[in-house]
Design a protein around this ligand. Structure first.
Ligand SMILES: *Cc1c(COP(=O)(O)O)cnc(C)c1O
Length: 361
């Protein structure tokens, strides 16, 4: 079978070496005679897996010592509720920067728990979508926190500069950005990410939270969403998603062996550039996002003649290029090219797009 490349936005491709390793030790992990998913989360064997995964993530992201790393349930959307429950007191409001559908969803969920100030920062300039400079955002200096989503997975907009919030805690949804490029964790109060894009399988959520933000959760916060409870119990207050945690650990090892975040980020830039450049040089395909805000991970593009969409998707699938259909809210196509997507996959996609254009123009 020739290589199949899966461009799904999430759950996404996993690195092949990771799956090969997981498969090889699936039935008998580390000579225990058991699968790792059959081990008690409190056993010393699993604790070693858990500790190593955290240490490797800390190394990969240079996470400072005054941050806790939590391995939670509930996905990105779980954190849409957990963040206000933990960080938004009744006498304050929170600023939510809206750059697309995920940040909007986060704000809408947070409104169930407190006063939310939505700040739309997307503008159209010369027919291109872009994000207003963060120095012009009307932030409230008394806000409990500022929430934003650096990479909008659906819309394909990415903000590379970290906004300056003048001391107001900055909270970021890094579900589709984490580990794709270097970021300075110390600029953030809290980072969260569902695992199924750049970390591992679904079912695991990583939360990186500065210690001084623990301990102020609303009394009605469910215990499994209470950062203090999770931190005090090393993310094992209830049974954590152990197999996803183990697989995330394998992905972290793979990433370290591949040269870390810096090395993968230059490959990511190369992959994205290949695709955007091709689209820009074509009259058959288009992308309407300003070049400085184009996502490195999720590349939306449209066929100028949208009546060819189905043919494009069918032929792509036959060529081994899967899951290119755009999100139902924006239409068109979307190629998600997370860390696990090799550059060969993007080259193959571009070649396919060139041939499709030739055959249809
Ligand atoms: C995928 C995604 C989510 C949702 O994650 P779930 O784990 O499905 O809840 C949230 N935010 C962003 C930016 C995402 O890409």
């Amino acid at each position: 079978m020739s290589a199949v490349y899966n461009f799904c936005a999430g759950p996404a491709m996993l690195p092949v070496p990771v799956m090969v390793k997981a498969q090889s030790e699936f039935l008998n992990w580390n000579n225990t005679g058991c699968s790792v998913m059959e081990l008690s989360h409190r056993s010393k064997e699993f604790m070693a897996v858990a500790t190593k995964a955290e240490a490797d993530l800390r190394q990969l992201m240079s996470i400072p010592d005054n941050y806790k790393v939590l391995f939670c349930h509930g996905g990105g959307r779980g954190q849409f509720s957990a963040v206000p429950l933990n960080l938004l007191p009744a006498n304050k409001s929170a600023d939510y920067i809206i750059t697309g559908s995920w940040s909007k969803a986060a704000a809408n969920e947070a409104e169930n728990f407190g006063l939310i100030n939505k700040i739309n920062v997307v503008e159209k300039v010369n027919g291109q979508r872009q994000i207003k400079d963060s120095s012009q955002w009307p932030l409230d200096k008394n806000a409990a926190y500022v929430h934003y989503c650096p990479n909008e997975t659906v819309d394909g907009l990415e903000l590379f500069d970290i906004p300056e919030t003048h001391g107001v805690p900055l909270v970021a949804d890094l579900s589709s950005t984490i580990l794709s490029r270097e970021i300075d964790v110390s600029k953030f109060a809290l980072i969260y990410a569902g695992a199924q894009k750049n970390i591992g399988p679904s079912g695991l959520t990583i939360v990186i939270v500065r210690e001084d933000l623990l301990g102020s959760a609303d009394v009605k916060t469910p215990c499994i969403f209470n950062y203090q409870t999770e931190a005090d119990n090393s993310s094992m207050y209830n049974t954590p998603p152990t197999y996803a945690w183990y697989l995330a650990g394998l992905v972290f090892e793979w990433l370290i062996d591949s040269g870390g975040v810096k090395a993968i980020s230059s490959i990511n830039k190369e992959k994205a550039q290949l695709l955007y450049q091709f689209v820009d040089n074509s009259k058959f395909y288009r992308n309407d996002i300003a070049s400085q805000h184009r996502s490195l991970m999720n590349v939306p593009f449209w066929l100028v003649d949208e009546s060819l969409n189905n043919a494009f998707l069918e032929q792509a699938k036959s060529a081994g290029l899967l899951a290119l259909e755009g999100h139902r809210m924006v239409g068109g196509m979307r190629a998600s090219i997370y860390n696990a997507m090799p550059i060969e996959g993007v080259q193959k996609l571009v070649n396919f797009m060139r041939e499709f254009e030739k055959g249809n123009s």
